[in-house]
Design a protein around this ligand. Structure first.
Ligand code: ADP
Ligand code: MG
Length: 331
């Protein structure tokens, strides 16, 4: 018996010795500007450079489908053909279907038909421009996700009225990050980190076997963190009022709209981070929860077992959903 034990110990030790001689897999990292944001992808292994190139190509493909501004994109065609059903790609259909589910579930806090509001306000494009109340209410009349027509079998999408428009800005980055991760996996990549302007996707833990540590930025301090989430594979997406905004007469105007009022959402939240089974879901819910505020938002999150959230309020309070996995608040 004793000899067996010694033998077993020796095997484990020599395996460890062998492991320590294996060099860490090569890391390859690249950044590109996609969907108005800096996207970085880091992958490990010999095939990482080709895999990362392919992942970027996939993200550019999603951008080209989802951009409301590039003429000829799926979304552009739908927005510019009121009264008609337009054939869209599977990816576009997927994003729109998921968006509609989140809209139903959040009673319209998430609503991709906000495009007329996005255009009217032009946050980040028109300077310190604040439209009048009557301009806003005229446009709010065109915002209603329930009016978007979808024929899933034929992959058709249409808007019944002119003046309507869809904008996938609240979901496309997450969806593109999911697709990028899928492409990396198809290329045999086991460990990777995708950062699409705060939409984080991690795969397979770090190459040394430890968990990825995803820092959640302090919304009022670009160098500070409010929390760290440890995960092997997963996603964390943050929506906040601090990336695209301007301040006029002491008031902050940002790019996430309350579809009911047509104003930048003002439910007392300055940032929400969400983890969910997919980054597209996390992206849509983070935007929705920002609009809903802590009380309503938390009620919803607690009813959805796969969605977890951290809210930061304008009073500096941090509210974490009860079963958020492996999260540690910073002091
Ligand atoms: P970011 O783009 O900064 O990551 P979000 O994911 O929260 O932030 O998306 C904000 C974008 O989503 C806006 O720029 C706009 O295009 C769109 N949007 C704004 N308000 C809403 C809303 N209530 N529902 C769905 N999309 C929205
Ligand atoms: Mg979003």
């Amino acid at each position: 018996m004793r000899r067996y034990v010694i033998f077993a110990v020796a095997v484990v030790l020599s395996a460890q010795l062998l492991l320590s001689c294996v060099p860490a897999p090569q890391a390859f990292e690249q950044s590109e500007f996609i969907m108005d944001t800096l996207v970085s992808i880091r992958a490990y292994g010999k095939r990482a450079p080709q895999a990362v190139q392919a992942a970027f190509a996939e993200m550019r493909k999603i951008e080209a489908l989802a951009s409301a501004y590039s003429s000829g994109s799926d979304v552009w065609k739908v927005n510019n053909s009121p009264g008609q059903m337009i054939e869209v790609s599977q990816d576009t259909l997927e994003m729109i279907k998921l968006a509609q589910q989140v809209s139903e579930q959040t009673d319209g806090a998430f609503d991709i038909s906000v495009f007329p509001l996005v255009q009217l306000w032009g946050i980040g494009k028109k300077g310190d421009y604040v439209p009048t109340d009557s301009q806003v209410s005229a446009v709010v009349a065109s915002v209603d996700f329930r009016k978007i027509r979808i024929d899933e079998d034929k992959s058709l999408v249409g808007l019944p009225e002119s003046g309507m428009g869809i904008d996938l800005g609240g979901i496309a980055k997450g969806y593109a990050a999911d697709r990028a991760a899928a492409v990396l996996a198809e290329h045999g990549i086991k460990h990777a980190l995708i950062n699409a302007g705060g939409n984080i996707v991690v795969m397979g833990g770090k190459p040394d076997g430890s968990l990825w540590r995803v820092g959640i930025q302090d919304p009022r301090d670009p160098n500070g963190y409010i929390a760290v989430v440890r995960m092997n594979t997963g996603t964390v997406v943050t929506s906040g009022d601090y990336e695209r905004y301007f301040i006029k007469d002491g008031k902050r105007y940002h790019h996430i709209f309350d579809p009911r009022t047509g104003q930048p959402a003002g439910a007392g939240v300055i940032a929400v981070s969400v983890t969910a089974p997919t980054s597209a879901q996390a992206d849509a819910y983070s935007t929705a929860l920002f609009v809903m505020g802590v009380d309503n938002g938390m009620k919803l999150v607690e009813s959805l077992p796969e969605i977890h959230a951290i809210f930061v309020t304008e009073d500096g309070e941090i509210v974490v959903s009860s079963d958020f996995p492996d999260v540690k608040l910073q002091n």
